[in-house]
Design a protein around this ligand. Structure first.
Ligand code: GDG
Length: 458
């Protein structure tokens, strides 16, 4: 078979579709990953293996938008133990530098193995000899290994969307060897950053017999490729939205509503890794240090509801809302509220209107695999204005080095960087934005998908 003709089977925790509310119909989930892979799957008759988002339901295979969907059932109990438990209570905090204490529970590990086995079984049925199975992310780290046991005839890829932690932290995981062995089932293992790749290679050498040779790992009688492939966005799509009458008019209206004050914007899933609380403290310090300029600045935080009902997320939300109230109580007065806090998911053109409104985009996660918001902001700034304040601990910082880079743990440093950002001279702002815009144009999501799949076909 010509390698260019290989079918691609994506294996991900979620299918690229979701139920239309109140109906039995399906709609495509928004997001760059889905739109970038769709052409590859449609053209080559590939399919997608994943959970449909509804617990305790057996759903027959179906086709949507030219792609075959192969649902993997997950029970409500497994959602608790596998998804909220092991994925988001153990792996998520551990892989984000343990910014919250990871919990290790044996009763979560079993369901994680079990669900991974089920995904691997479905994937094994879905692939033809010589196909490519491309496994996504931290929920499915055991799938490459299980799949290889059943289907050594297919090429297996694994892509990790979140960071891989330093070996000193990873070593805490009671199931560290099983996880590494699972990932090593792949032929190509890809990471967002050079750091993630290096951390994984160290862990693989520490906990298995794998040996690194440049970008390769020798493991038993196999050679595994390691790839750095920073994920990107659909740059042209965001540039087009930035010119759409809807977004432009909305941005103008918002600008009037904030009375032409300088806008600092944060857009994040409400997650403790995103550093929203420290960012707000830094804004408070900016106001404190500039008593005569208090009225010049507005901070808008869009916080998208996420993993609601999980203790640490509820705690974080309460803490953020308390800080917002504290700052507004301290510095607000009739006609001026310093912090606008939007706890909701905005339609995408409205989100872009906020990007257009923002003089400063504050992206300050404590740790983040990539951070697409940073890239989206840059992609929408067609007139080369605007300042990106970016945490050094995001994957994006490896590529967007012309941003104002900050240590997100340092409230004083962050506040100083905010002060610098709001007054950054136009020429400096433009030089930085031009360079970053060039980067996001040259490296978009289609380019990313081609690079990843190219390595799998090679
Ligand atoms: C994980 C990794 C990695 C946000 N608010 C709204 C909205 N969004 C969209 C953004 C962006 C996406 O959500 C968020 O992506 P991020 O990359 O910033 O963060 P995570 O959700 O944590 O993603 C991350 C990513 O996977 C991909 O590999 O970069 O490191 O943690 O696209 O636009 N979209 C709409 N309304 C909102 O209010 N429509």
């Amino acid at each position: 078979m010509d390698t260019a003709e290989k079918r691609i089977v994506v294996v991900a925790n979620r299918l690229p579709v979701r139920r239309v509310e109140g109906s039995t119909e399906w709609e495509t989930s928004p997001g760059g990953l889905v739109s970038s892979l769709t052409p590859f799957l449609q053209d080559r008759d590939g399919c997608w293996v994943g959970w449909a988002g509804v617990a305790d339901e057996e759903i027959e295979n179906f086709s949507h938008d030219g792609i075959e969907q192969r649902p993997v059932p997950i029970s409500a109990e497994e959602i608790e133990d596998y998804y909220y438990g092991f994925c988001n209570g153990t792996i998520w905090p551990l892989y984000h530098d343990a910014v919250r204490t990871p919990e290790f529970h044996r009763h979560w590990w079993g369901p994680y193995e079990e669900v991974n086995r089920r995904f691997a079984r479905e994937a094994a049925w879905s692939v033809n000899p010589d196909d490519i199975a491309w496994v996504q992310d931290y929920q499915l780290q055991l799938v490459p290994g299980y799949l290889r046991e059943q289907r050594p005839d297919v090429t297996i890829g694994f892509y990790l969307h979140i960071p891989f932690p330093p070996v000193e932290l990873f070593a805490q995981l009671p199931w560290r060897t099983q996880i590494i062995e699972g990932i090593l089932g792949a032929d190509v293992i890809a990471f967002q950053t050079a750091l993630g790749l290096a951390n994984f290679a160290r862990a693989a050498q520490r906990f298995t017999s794998a040996r690194r040779r440049g970008k390769l790992l020798e493991y038993g009688d196999r050679t595994i490729k390691l790839q750095r492939a920073p994920i990107a966005i659909d740059t042209a799509h965001f540039a087009a939205l930035a010119q759409s009458p809807l977004a432009v008019t909305r941005a103008e209206a918002l600008r009037r509503e904030v009375h032409d004050r300088k806008v600092i914007l944060g857009v994040d899933r409400l997650d403790y890794t995103k550093g929203i609380d420290i960012r707000l403290r830094a804004f408070e310090t900016l106001l404190e240090r500039n008593p005569r300029r208090e009225n010049e600045f507005v901070f808008i935080q869009v916080a998208v509801p996420s993993r609601e009902g999980v203790g640490q997320y509820t705690e974080m939300r309460n803490r953020i809302e308390q800080i917002v109230g504290h700052i507004n109580g301290r510095f607000g007065h009739p006609g001026h509220v310093p912090v606008h806090y939007l706890y909701r998911n905005l339609p995408q053109d409205e989100l872009v209107a906020y990007y257009l409104l923002a003089d400063v985009m504050a992206v300050t996660p404590l740790r983040d695999g990539m951070n697409l918001v940073a890239k989206e902001y840059v992609a929408t700034r067609l007139d080369n204005t605007g300042v990106l304040l970016l945490s050094e601990f995001t994957g994006a910082a490896e590529s967007l080095s012309q941003a104002l880079l900050v240590n997100p743990h340092d409230v004083d440093g962050l506040s100083g960087a905010l002060a610098e950002a709001v007054d950054l001279p136009g020429a400096d702002m433009k030089k930085r934005m031009v360079a970053m815009r060039r980067y996001v144009k040259r490296n978009d999501i289609y380019d990313w998908a081609r690079r990843c799949l190219g390595e799998l076909r090679a």
